[in-house]
Write a protein of this length. Structure first.
Length: 383
């Protein structure tokens, strides 16, 4: 008999959620994480991530988002942690931009509540913002932000309370399929299970090389500035999350001032990173990068950038079509994989955890995940 029902490798956003859902179903779960429980060296840190429903990436994501919202609310209740805050959201740019037109398409297709605002209406409603006369915005009241560190802590808390064994600073060194399931090795030991879930984040190119999924790992930077005049106009009750696309198609995104009077307002470029690896990432934020971010912020906000406070690096791991990979391993029925989420994935962690628990226990799920099949990139011959 295997030592565990399921082993989960990677306890960041997706893996911690999977461990939580599996433990809640009464399964014997082992979670393995290469770093400590803070999980601040991958993609699940930085204080905040946007959550929204009017999804310009594809309307196919909306059913998953609706479930994710419900599960974030449940996670907050069950853990007692502050994991989600709704502030409203502004998707701004030219009327035919991907950000505006794509968000509008999803909202109209799924009947999501939204408003279309012209530049003058945006300025009146949100004095912190300064759109150009030709720009418009889709406003979604149900948008907001989630707390990545608190979300991971909440899932790990509930997984542990449900009986999961969580091993930190113990990376997987290898795995192999057997007739009865899988064998996983680490520097500390050898473990057996009926099923293996691999949620490796930016380590996917190495740990899932046999899938031949072309995952690109990018260095990204998040910035915090103290607005001129203070953060009061940027408080969550007054200032929304936003994604703002300029005429050249470059996007920035940002948040209200959610960390108190001295915490500043967070802003970042969307998908403007440089290639890296987890082993070679440059964790230093350079002056030219801060200057570029400050210059862009000043085009959209009357009182930003103000004073630069701090910046943090993280990693995006993305597929060429920017869609996720969530599936049973095409070559091994006893293995499920989840990767390629960065750039827009964290808002889905709660529902992805549920999907991975489905795949591990029944081999299928009722959620629409055909878009995320790794075989869209290459053919992996079943073994």
């Amino acid at each position: 008999m295997p030592g565990y029902d399921v082993i989960v490798v990677g306890l960041g956003g997706m893996g911690s959620a999977a461990a939580c859902h599996l433990a809640a179903r009464g399964l014997r779960v082992l979670g393995l994480e290469r770093f400590g429980p803070a999980h601040d060296r991958g993609s699940s840190h930085g204080g905040s991530r946007i959550i929204r429903q009017s999804y310009f990436e594809s309307p196919d994501y909306v059913p998953l988002l609706l479930r994710a919202y419900d599960l974030f609310d449940k996670l907050a209740r069950d853990s007692g942690r502050d994991v989600i805050t709704l502030t409203g959201g502004v998707m701004a740019g030219l009327p035919d931009s991907r950000t505006v037109a794509g968000s509008r398409h999803s909202a109209e297709l799924w009947g999501l509540e939204h408003e279309l605002l012209d530049a003058a209406q945006v300025r009146r409603r949100f004095p912190t913002m300064r759109p150009r006369p030709e720009e418009v915005a889709l406003y979604e009241a149900k948008a907001g932000f989630v707390r990545p560190e608190e979300t991971v802590r909440a899932h790990l808390q509930l997984a542990g309370a449900g009986g999961a064994d969580l091993h930190f600073d113990e990376p997987m060194t290898g795995w192999r399929a057997t007739i009865g399931g899988v064998v996983v090795t680490t520097a500390a030991g050898r473990y057996t299970a009926g099923h293996l879930v691999i949620a490796p984040g930016a380590w996917a190119p190495g740990l899932l090389a046999e899938l031949a999924v072309p995952i690109r790992v990018e260095r990204q930077v998040q910035y915090w500035f103290q607005p001129r005049g203070g953060v009061d106009p940027y408080r969550p009750a007054r200032h929304p999350i936003y994604i703002w696309e300029d005429a050249a198609g470059s996007q920035v995104y940002g948040f209200p001032a959610a960390d108190g009077p001295d915490g500043g307002a967070k802003i970042a470029f969307f998908r403007r990173g440089v290639d890296t690896t987890p082993q070679t990432i440059d964790r230093t934020v350079h002056g030219r990068e801060v200057e570029a971010m400050a210059t862009r912020a000043a085009t959209h906000f009357p009182t930003l950038p103000g004073t630069f406070l701090r910046a943090r690096t993280c990693m995006y791991s993305t597929t060429p079509d920017e869609h996720f990979v969530i599936a049973r391993h095409p070559g091994h029925d006893a293995v499920s994989v989840a990767c390629g989420f960065s750039g827009h994935g964290f808002k889905f962690v709660t529902v992805v955890g549920e999907i991975l628990a489905d795949l591990a226990t029944t081999g299928t799920t009722g959620y629409p995940i055909g878009l995320f099949d790794p075989r869209r990139f290459s053919t992996v011959t079943p073994r």
